[in-house]
Design a protein around this ligand. Structure first.
Ligand code: HEM
Length: 206
């Protein structure tokens, strides 16, 4: 009963996805409306879509660890909506890919110019992203055992985390505005690792 009352307050489930994706699309539309359909605007859209995506990804990937250490209404809401925050991340990052395709087909052959290792790294991240998105729905997750599902979402999560931290550490070395995003990604991995160590070696001391 409490959960149902709570669900009438604030953003829950698909309403969270609708609001986050809706506002992001409005933001991208105004970027092109005021900036014009050109390379600069498209690169800004690529950067901003990555920033929105990294924040959503971070909260989805650290939701259970955050609630493990800090039990409160916010971490409970986060844990209960992790699936929808993850789905919102996947949609926004597929929009990042759409902007890359706009850049490729209209302004700059980014996929031709990118290093093979970046294409493989980024490409694998997108394969994980699509598989994690699809298996967020029972129509697809029913084909996986619980263990297979957990392995896919853990390995996929760490790989996407790695591509993000690699992209942002590179930029943070020259542009300090990226430091908060690097700190966020370090907090995500720190919480997950301390939880694993706490579980395994410290007998749940915390
Ligand atoms: C093969 C696929 C990908 C390609 C070709 C690609 C290409 C690019 C390019 C060209 C930019 C620079 C845009 C600019 O600043 O002008 C960029 C930015 C970025 N990409 Fe991607 N990307 C790919 C996949 C990914 C994936 C899978 C992730 C994360 C999991 C990611 C995260 C980022 C981040 C964090 C930025 C920096 C945004 C900023 O400067 O604020 N990319 N990408």
């Amino acid at each position: 009963m409490e959960a149902v009352n709570q669900q009438n307050k604030g953003l829950w489930g698909w309403r969270f996805v609708q609001v986050v994706v809706g506002l992001s699309l409005l933001y991208f539309a105004q970027l092109y409306y005021f900036g014009g359909f050109d390379e600069t605007t498209t690169r800004q859209a690529i950067r901003m879509s990555a920033r929105i995506a990294v924040v959503l990804f971070s909260f989805a990937f650290m939701a259970s660890s955050l609630q493990y250490f800090f039990k409160n209404v916010f971490t409970w809401w986060l844990r209960m909506n992790r699936k929808y925050i993850g789905i919102s991340f996947a949609i926004i990052h597929l929009i990042h890919l759409c902007f890359l395709l706009i850049l490729q087909t209209n302004f700059h052959p980014v996929f031709n110019k990118a290093k093979t290792i970046s294409l493989i790294g980024g490409g694998m991240a997108y394969i994980f992203l699509v598989l994690m998105l699809l298996t967020s729905f029972s129509a697809f997750s029913k084909y996986l055992s619980k263990k297979q599902w957990t392995i896919l979402h853990t390995v996929g999560g760490y790989w996407i985390w790695y591509i993000f931290i690699r992209s942002y550490v590179k930029r943070a070395t020259t542009e300090s505005e990226y430091i908060p995003l690097v700190v966020l990604l370090v907090v995500v991995i720190g919480l997950r690792l301390v939880r694993v160590v706490n579980n395994k070696y410290w007998n749940n001391k915390f």
